[in-house]
Design a protein around this ligand. Structure first.
Ligand SMILES: C[S@@+](CC[C@H](N)C(=O)[O-])C[C@H]1O[C@@H](n2cnc3c(N)ncnc32)[C@H](O)[C@@H]1O
Length: 408
């Protein structure tokens, strides 16, 4: 069937209509007419696969990656980068309308569209590493062109390793790039004998047992070639380990942090969801005081290691610690940088109650951002929203909203 694409969805799919019913078609641009098949029917909308492009967008191009449209990781490799950014802006604007934000959004593009990711997690199945597709199938890969070049070289080595070594309980392998080394974490669901091979010598290897690598309950069983590892951002060396959160795209992270730091000089700040403390550390050099709140123990310990006299770190849930902190001390501004789920309602309510002067809300999920901005805008005015293209080729984006207290 033929579909004319009229809009772009939250998840980056082209949106058209057939006999009045909405159909989502991945990897299509607004204005294109495409031939679609394999339509899966839903009660409210259908989803189809593109077979051919009858009327292509002027921005359509050949995808750079052989797995594009197969692995499900990237959404926009079928158009040039300028068009990708335009499509992202349409998606973001549509979502922020829900918070009544209709102003211009400034974009900070990524210098690198490919090879930018400093971390990837691959699933292990039958001696192969790969991704789980949107239809829940496994696809093995020998490269991932949005991952750092050295991570790709490490993947080639690991693929050779798995030609010889096989595991029953291995779930995933996570690759992470520090300044000068690749960290490779093997995550097992149950304890199993890990076989070290000298081809792994160039890497820092960690063997874990647990459900999710980043979880505090996940146990580190063994390391090989261990040392201290750092990631240098804005000329500061931040220690990293296998588990702690770190922004995925170094150059865009520098833009984001630089923007926040420039705007909060001289102020007293709460940095909620503070991770390993990188942003707190930068802020502490130009601000009166910074208090970070972070739940993950390993990230908190790094923040404690790097802290200076202007910086404090609280280990705990923001929803528990923030209301107590705001009762004890007065702050000029709060930085919120939650995970994809956004802030708990009680967090927003306590900020609205205390009426801190300004907020910088950093988000990697514009849907939960829009939800939270709507609540915050009962008390705050959304001054501006900026999009930092942390995740090129995908429909994900890092967004920062600046809010100030409404005058009464
Ligand atoms: C998107 S990361 C931001 C980290 C940091 N701002 C940075 O730029 O490196 C979100 C962080 O929030 C932490 N986190 C998630 N839910 C939390 C909660 N309810 N309370 C405290 N920390 C939380 C995660 O462990 C993670 O380190």
């Amino acid at each position: 069937m033929q579909v004319e694409i009229k809009d772009i969805s939250y998840g980056g799919c082209g949106v058209g209509k057939v006999d009045g019913k909405v159909i989502f078609v991945p990897h299509t641009d607004i204005g294109e007419i495409v031939e679609v098949n394999n339509v899966s029917k839903g009660s409210k909308f259908d989803k189809g696969e593109i077979v051919s492009v009858i009327k292509p967008s002027k921005d359509r191009c050949e995808p750079f990656c052989p797995y594009f449209s197969l692995c499900g990781g990237c959404d926009f490799q079928f158009v040039n980068y300028e068009r990708e950014l335009e499509l992202k802006l349409i998606i973001l604007k549509n979502e922020l309308k829900k918070a009544n934000f209709l102003e211009k959004i400034e974009i900070f593009p990524s210098k690198n569209r490919f090879f930018y990711r400093n971390k990837i997690k691959l699933t292990y199945r039958n001696n192969k590493l790969g991704y789980i597709t949107p239809s829940k199938n496994f696809i093995s890969i020998d490269k991932c062109p949005i991952a750092n070049v050295e991570i790709n070289e490490a993947l080639a080595v690991l693929n050779n390793y798995f030609k010889v070594h096989s595991y029953k309980n291995l779930k995933s392998v996570t690759f992470r790039k520090s300044d000068d080394k690749i960290l490779v974490a093997f995550l097992f669901s149950q304890k199993e004998n890990f076989v070290y091979d000298e081809i792994l010598n160039p890497f820092f290897i960690g063997v874990f047992v647990g459900e999710v690598l980043e979880n505090d309950k996940t146990k580190l069983i063994k390391t090989f070639n261990s040392d201290k590892f750092y990631k240098t951002i804005l000329n500061v060396k931040i220690p990293i380990d296998f588990k702690s959160f770190f922004q995925i795209n170094n150059l865009v992270a520098e833009n984001l942090y630089g923007y926040i730091i420039d705007n909060l000089k001289g102020k007293k700040i709460v940095n909620a969801y503070s991770g390993q403390g990188a942003l707190s550390l930068y802020l502490s050099t130009v601000c009166k005081k910074v208090v970070g709140i972070e739940i993950q123990k390993s990230s908190h310990l790094i923040a404690e290691e790097i802290k200076n006299s202007n910086m404090e770190n609280i280990n705990g849930l923001v929803e528990e610690k923030l209301p107590l902190l705001l009762k004890e001390e007065k702050f000029d501004a709060i930085v919120l940088d939650p995970a994809r789920a956004g802030c708990q309602k009680s967090v927003i309510e306590s900020i609205n109650r205390v009426k801190i002067k300004e907020i910088y809300y950093i988000s990697c999920n514009f849907a939960t951002l829009a939800r939270d901005l709507k609540l915050l805008s009962e008390v705050y005015h959304i001054e501006n929203v900026k999009m930092f293209d942390m995740f090129p080729c995908t429909a994900n984006m890092e967004v920062c909203a600046h809010l100030t207290l409404k005058s009464v």
